[in-house]
Design a protein around this ligand. Structure first.
Ligand SMILES: Nc1ncnc2c1ncn2[C@@H]1O[C@H](COP(=O)(O)OP(=O)(O)OP(=O)(O)O)[C@@H](O)[C@H]1O
Length: 459
């Protein structure tokens, strides 16, 4: 057997299945084969493992319900628990694939959570990986080889800071999976959009099929980029540990040595992660603008302290960067803060705070504390300019009972306002675990759950 026709059956051996697994099965060949291989693996190694197959019916094509039913029959015949979840929400007129993906992961995570399962497995293959890398390469023409996106899909991604999405077949060819199905006499559904060359992915797929070695080259590029991205993440995390602190809620401080520590690429990356986190923005700010900002934080001439000579304020990624003698301070800008609104339990506020209302009875309103409220707060003397602490506090949320007047300290004992690492809050690729975990510790966000690879780090 060649690797083309025989999947490596050890792909599941490193995965920690103790909390069970949801297999995301669309009914296409890859995820159907994933299900069969996974069931076989669990039967042999851990038959008591809770396994749930889930099919999302996006209700976008006429045949989708029938395809989901076909998966249900396959599962019934093999004693696998199966659920169909229908995407019944409003369908946007633009950005439909992204919205479908968002809904798919939300529904998969809900199904997992309902069963107490912390792991979702998908059927992404080496073919998908090569296509993803080439699409990203085409989009960032001229980008350096180590561009973050070129790492492709991560072997594991933490969804919503709580559930791992694992892609055990990223090194396996689609042809090998189809061979598994043929031998088991199991059919699959073909998605017509997979062949339609009006779409970018099928075009790339056709191009890959045309050129010998193109797929292998793309996968090798992804492998190198993944290593580079992880290493950069570790170096950025080390800089954050060495130079960043949190003098007050909503305020981060960088020691001036951060900008001159010598590892420019890591410093820019660390700065981008911090800017997005403090500003509550889900994506990292532009590389070039962040690099220019870092440059301004450097001494102009050797021996001259820039913060004495040229203190400055700049705003990027909704974050005010205030460089002065006492350090480099980052806080959420006051522009475009959310206005007062009813508080929703577990909702994300301003992209950077998770609000937990607990069992407190009654309805609550939430709003930024504001400058007047911050002015009334007592500020502890810890060497940080009180005006900066107040400016940061003014952008922090306060909650109050809708039936009462706002007060300045209304977070009741059962409630919590949890900081969130905004750029990694929804999807955290395992490549970026080091900076995400370090920033979480810095801002007091919940710790990362254990990686899904038993005894190993999620590389
Ligand atoms: N409708 C769906 N229901 C459940 N899981 C899905 C669904 N669509 C995609 N997935 C999961 O995401 C993975 C990748 O999705 P993608 O759209 O690339 O696959 P696909 O074209 O549906 O085909 P296949 O099932 O062969 O992977 C799938 O392997 C599957 O695990």
């Amino acid at each position: 057997m060649t690797p083309e026709t025989e999947p490596d059956r050890s792909v599941f051996s490193q995965i920690d299945f103790t909390s069970g697994a949801v297999a995301a099965v669309s009914g296409g060949s890859d995820s159907t084969a994933l299900l069969l291989l996974l069931k076989d693996h669990l039967d042999r190694t851990a038959p008591a493992t809770k396994l749930l197959a889930v099919t999302i019916d996006h209700a976008l094509r006429p045949g989708s319900a029938a395809e989901a039913q076909a998966v249900a029959r396959l599962c019934a015949g093999r004693g696998i628990a199966h659920r169909i979840l229908v995407w019944s929400g409003r369908k946007p007129s633009t950005g439909l694939p992204a919205a479908a993906r968002e809904a798919r992961y939300r529904l998969l995570a809900e199904a997992a959570q309902a069963e107490g399962i912390g792991l979702i497995l998908t059927g992404h293959t080496a073919d998908d990986q090569a296509e993803t890398v080439l699409m990203r390469q085409a989009r960032q023409e001229g980008a350096r080889e180590a561009g973050r996106g070129l790492a492709g899909m991560a072997p594991a991604t933490l969804y919503d800071w709580r559930i791992w999405i694992v892609r055990p077949l990223l090194g396996t060819r689609r042809a090998a999976l189809r061979e598994v199905l043929r031998r088991a006499n199991v059919g699959w559904a073909e998605d017509p959009t997979n062949e339609d060359e009006a779409f970018e992915r099928p075009r790339i797929r056709a191009a890959l099929a045309d050129r010998n070695g193109a797929r292998e080259d793309a996968l090798a590029l992804a492998g190198r980029a993944a290593v580079g991205r992880e290493q950069l993440g570790h170096r950025a995390a080390a800089l954050i540990r060495g130079f960043a602190s949190r003098p007050a809620a909503g305020l981060a401080r960088l020691d001036p040595g951060f900008a001159t520590a010598g590892d420019e690429a890591a410093a820019v990356y660390a700065l981008r992660v911090l800017l997005a986190t403090v500003g509550g923005v889900a994506f990292l700010p532009d590389q070039a603008r962040s690099a220019a900002l870092l440059n301004r934080l450097r001494p102009g001439r050797p021996g001259k302290t820039p913060f004495l000579a040229a203190p400055f304020c700049a705003t990027l990624s909704r974050t005010v960067v205030d460089a002065r003698r006492a350090g480099i301070f980052l806080r959420r800008e006051t522009r475009n803060l959310p206005s007062a609104a009813p508080a929703v339990d577990n909702a994300l506020w301003d992209g950077r705070r998770r609000i937990k209302l607990g069992d407190e009875p009654g309805e609550f309103l939430i709003a930024p504390l504001g400058a007047a409220g911050a002015a009334r707060q007592a500020i502890a003397e810890n060497g940080t300019p009180p005006s900066l602490v107040r400016a940061a506090l003014a952008a922090e949320p306060v909650l109050w009972r809708a039936s009462e007047h706002p007060s300045d300290s209304p977070i009741l004992p059962g409630m919590a306002v949890c900081p969130v690492v905004a750029p990694f809050a929804r999807f955290l690729p395992s490549f970026d675990l080091a900076p995400a975990g370090t920033v979480a510790a810095l801002i007091g966000a919940p710790r990362l759950p254990a990686p899904p690879f038993g005894g190993h780090t999620a590389g």
